[in-house]
Design a protein around this ligand. Sequence first.
Ligand code: NAD
Ligand code: 0WE
Length: 255
Amino acid sequence: MGLMDGKRGIIFGVANDKSIAWGVAQQLHAAGAELAFTYLNEALEKRVRPLADSLGSKIILPCDVGSDEAVAAVFNELEQQWGTIDFVVHAVAFANREDLKNPFSQTSREGFNLAMDISAYSLLPMTRYAMPLMPEGGSIVTMSYLGAVMAVPDYNVMGVAKAALESSVRYLAAELGAKKIRVNAVSAGPIKTLAASGIGNFKQKLRTMEERSPLQRTVTQEEVGKATLYLLSDLSTGVTGEIHYVDGGFNISAL
Ligand code: NAD
Ligand code: 0WE
């Protein structure tokens, strides 16, 4: 008997076995959910396919979330194969590498729009095309970071994009509440993933976190996965529009 027995859903954002999305996938699978996965490109397909196979997943699709058509095609395929779904996990973000290093005021219009498009706007088409597949309700969870609400050094344009993402969670939750579709975010502390490996001095950022957070350590992919499982499951049926921090309490003691 699992918390997610009989539930089906899709996970956007697995790149490799370090991905937060993979931590979520493992928890969902252990709880009995049936999963579909998307991957960004052929290089990542080589990583994602074996991982998805290992959880018995049969639906593994390409999707660049910068394209509405690509997102629509994914949900179209889910409708053909499954008819309905119960949950969606949005765990994708992208900004130009130099925009996470240069002074924020130097961010180009193009770089700003790219970060907003991939990291924030993409939640809207996902929600839009998932909605008709959730006639009885459902749960959508995205991944955020403290940089949405505080000026974290170097997070820059990603912080602005995460602020838009968190606000979008509230507006989508307000809109979809009547359809029993819940929309929430998990705000995770820093974890060494592929995305994090592109960040200069990430080791130092992890160390600062260990020093200043009440739990005196960083959080794990598994801990973020467990919190996300809660938000996707019927344990949280009364919870929507929330930003759920899984960061060891860093947000209350960063100063
Ligand atoms: P990751 O590199 O494993 O995952 C990022 C994913 O985004 C990758 O799978 C990548 O393929 C995907 N992606 C990028 N551009 C895309 C596009 N155009 N279309 C489709 N997919 C695209 O890194 P992660 O740390 O697991 O990141 C997952 C989420 O968690 C992101 O939203 C990130 O902002 C968030 N997050 C990460 C941390 C951290 O410290 N690692 C902390 C808090 C929140
Ligand atoms: O959301 C993120 C990182 C997202 C990200 C990472 C990259 C690196 C490679 C988006 N785009 C890119 N583009 C690349 O080319 N995190 C929450 C992890 C993170 O990034 C930071 C952090 C933390 C934490 C950047 C500066 C300071 C802290």
